[in-house]
Design a protein around this ligand. Structure first.
Ligand code: MN
Length: 743
């Protein structure tokens, strides 16, 4: 097993000021926690965290990260508790260990290629601190080395996840060696035959390759000396997975992959890089179209080099890379090349560094100065996003604070439109709850459920917002068209005509045009919205003389009716509709201002308004498309009729006392019934006019104060008159002393 000294020395080598005591402590703690455990390979378990810590030194991580590497499996696999880790090693180390544990708990089912990018982002978003990702990659690199001792199913799972998630992250972070190690390590288990065939093919030509490399590197060195230039020349063979990718991308056989080998020349300055390129091209003939200048145009992960392919001494192709020492460091270490370990130096521009990392990860092309370094390791990556799972395991990216409704619309418009409820991680949650990274979200739908205006208050995605608004608008247009038709037909019937006969042919067309509309539907919609009054339309539609006659009749009918307070729509307005609609108050529940209400589009009689808890409205719930949002108009005062039931002692003069109390509240009594009941009780049934719920409650309070009054309550259900109440029921509720029925 690797010695601790090796790890400590490595840290002190790149970070002489490091406080390595914490690494020793972490080692001792880990050794104790994992005592008696062994890996599936049979080795002592401790060898794993030690190797992970060693990998972290290869990534030039700070001492706390190395310590966290030693502890990374303790919470998950041993009796160690989070509290203990935090107490012994501090919050920072605990957060790192906790972060790695959390990522480890998310299971990445095998997925389509297009999902991989979302997985990567989710990991980065979950990690918050880039060092957590570093530990996870260091962990993975060692796991690949010991993969041969686990089941083949597990081999494939780990290998696929590494190849699709972690190797690309290593690439984004510019860590060349780690990327190559992760790729080859997983490729070996994912495609064993292909891996072996490329490997043996490379071994076959090894002697040949070596000779060729020796020849060209010798020649190169000679030329450098002659030109008096500095340059480190080395031969290199590509890693196996990169050759495989070349075969796939260019659709060629292994035999046709020419540049299995390459030569790398490292020099001091950028200027000398180009000078060396000239030298190389003068020695060997360059292959056209193979030159790439990554110095002028760095890769998104800041990789810089000159690449060219030349025809070697015997005509074999050789890829040549030319770069400076600094470029080499960045190519191998990537993000780690930008760590800076200087005492007391704080970054003045943390945001710059954060965006630097983000640019690097997001594959963007605009390049800032690669000399920028990351002195603060705390990076809240992708802080504006949250990644959640579908029940099938697909990842859905959403903006932060997104809700199940956003998720539903992201998955499919129809799911959004019929979204009834949501389960997060198997538990029912409110539709407005905020989703968290890694949540598994399931949407329950119903064909009878439609988008609600309330959703607009909490959805976060513009997609959901747009779809909901569209749906509501078109629904309202439909409702208005329907309502407009009913209003017009009712008006036509009122004059004794048949709407079906009237609403057709040339006269209709002319009337529509005369009203300034191009189609009957747009006219009807406008009537439904209340923008157009129905009377001028009827004037234009029906024959003048019959209209005169009929008008008279209509007027007579109107006059013969007693003016009533109830049944008018004053004091009400329909949400998002303007103008005057035909609105009536439902007789069944008599809602008053303050009661939650909804409107129902009747057939031909406008909108009737009911309490939301009115049984007759609930009975109409399957006609959801006829239900309208309505609200009380606070600006208008108009009395509403409602019923009050009172139980009293049967004493004379109580009606007068109650009338006084009611009148004192500025309330009109329209009708009063008194009935004598058993047990010396009298039952009063009042119809009164009140302004709103407050007014009603104040009045009820006054009534209850009258001596002799035992109980007073609002009667909401039509028909629930006192005469029908069973005295025994009434007494039961009275003895309970509760004031039932008062909102
Ligand atoms: Mn591990």
């Amino acid at each position: 097993m690797r010695q601790m000294n090796e790890i400590i020395d490595a840290v002190l080598n790149y970070h002489p000021e490091a406080e390595v005591g914490i690494i020793y402590d972490a080692y001792l703690y880990s050794a104790k926690a994992h005592r008696g455990q062994s890996r599936q390979s049979g080795e002592a378990y401790l060898s794993h965290p030690v190797e992970v810590a060693y990998n972290l030194t290869r990534l030039k991580m700070d001492e706390k990260t190395v310590a966290a590497g030693l502890l990374h499996d303790t919470i998950e696999d041993t009796l160690a508790t989070p509290e203990e880790i935090e107490e012994l090693f501090g919050e920072e180390v605990y957060r790192l260990v906790d972060g790695v544990t959390k990522i480890g708990q998310v299971s990445f089912a095998s997925r389509e290629e297009k999902q991989a990018e979302n997985y990567r982002k989710m990991i980065l978003a979950m990690a918050k601190d880039i060092r957590v990702v570093m530990i996870k990659m260091a962990d993975r690199a060692h796991n690949l080395h010991t993969l041969k001792s686990v089941s083949s199913e597990q081999q494939r799972r780990v290998a696929k996840e590494t190849l699709e998630i972690y190797a690309p992250i290593a690439n984004r972070l510019g860590i060349g060696w780690l990327k190559a190690e992760l790729e080859d390590g997983s490729f070996k288990y994912l495609h064993p035959e292909k891996y072996q065939s490329i490997k043996s093919r490379m071994a076959q030509g090894e002697e040949e390759t070596k000779n060729l490399l020796n020849t060209i590197t010798d020649e190169m060195k000679k030329e450098l000396k002659a030109a008096n230039m500095e340059g480190l020349v080395s031969g290199r063979s590509k890693h196996i997975y990169s050759i495989y990718k070349k075969m796939i991308n260019q659709e060629i056989d292994l035999d046709d992959v020419y540049d299995l080998i390459g030569m790398r020349v490292i020099t001091d300055t950028v200027k000398n890089c180009y000078a060396l390129l000239g030298l190389v091209h003068s020695l060997w003939r360059p292959i056209p179209g193979k030159f790439k200048d990554y110095i002028a145009m760095p890769k998104p992960n800041f990789y810089q080099s000159l690449h060219t392919t030349v025809s070697g001494p015997n005509g074999q192709r050789v890829e040549v890379q030319i770069r400076s020492h600094e470029m080499h460091r960045v190519a191998e270490e990537g993000i780690a090349a930008h760590w800076q370990y200087k005492e007391g130096e704080q970054s003045k521009n943390v945001d710059d560094h954060l965006s630097w990392v983000r640019h690097m990860l997001e594959d963007q092309k605009d390049i800032k100065n690669p000399k920028d370094f990351l002195s603060s390791l705390k990076v809240d990556l992708y802080f504006k996003e949250v990644y959640v799972f579908t029940p099938e395991g697909d990842v859905v990216p959403l903006p932060r604070e997104a809700t199940p409704v956003d998720f539903a619309y992201q998955v499919h418009t129809d799911i959004g439109h019929h979204c009834l409820g949501a389960k997060v991680n198997g538990k029912m949650v409110p539709l407005r709850c905020k989703l968290k990274n890694g949540d598994q979200v399931e949407i329950l739908t119903s064909k009878l459920k439609f988008p609600s205006r309330d959703w607009l208050a909490f959805v976060k995605t513009s997609k959901a917002r747009g779809k909901i608004a569209n749906f509501i608008n078109s629904r309202e247009r439909e409702k208005c068209l329907d309502l407009g038709r009913q209003i017009l037909e009712a008006e036509i019937r009122k004059y004794g005509f048949n709407p079906t006969d009237t609403l057709k042919g040339k006269p209709l067309e002319e009337a529509v045009n005369a009203c300034g509309f191009t189609s009957l539907d747009s006219l009807l919609t406008s009537i439904g919205y209340g923008k157009t009054s129905v009377h001028p339309v009827v004037d234009k539609l029906l024959p003048k003389d019959s209209l005169q006659e009929a008008k008279k009749v209509a007027a007579d009918v109107k006059l013969s009716k007693k003016p009533r307070a109830r049944g008018t729509g004053r004091g009400l307005k329909v949400k998002s509709f303007d103008g005057n609609m035909m609105i009536r108050i439902g007789k069944c529940c008599n809602p008053v201002p303050g009661d939650p209400i909804a409107g129902y589009i009747t057939r031909g009689r406008g909108v009737s308004v009911h309490s939301k808890d009115c049984p007759s409205l609930i009975a109409l719930a399957n006609e959801a498309e006829r239900i309208l949002d309505v609200e009380w108009d606070e600006t208008r005062t108009h009395p509403f009729q409602t019923q009050i039931a009172i139980v009293t002692d049967d004493k004379p003069g109580l009606l007068a006392k109650i009338s006084n109390a009611v009148a004192g509240c500025d309330v009109n009594i329209i009708r009063a019934n008194v009935k004598q009941g058993p047990l010396q009780r009298a039952y009063f049934d009042l119809s009164v006019e009140i302004n709103d719920l407050d007014h009603l409650n104040r009045t009820l309070a006054e009534i209850r104060r009258v001596s002799g009054v035992i109980h007073a309550e609002r009667v909401k259900e039509y028909g629930k008159r006192l005469g029908r109440l069973k005295p025994s029921n009434e007494l039961e509720s009275l003895s309970g002393g509760k004031e039932a029925g008062i909102n």
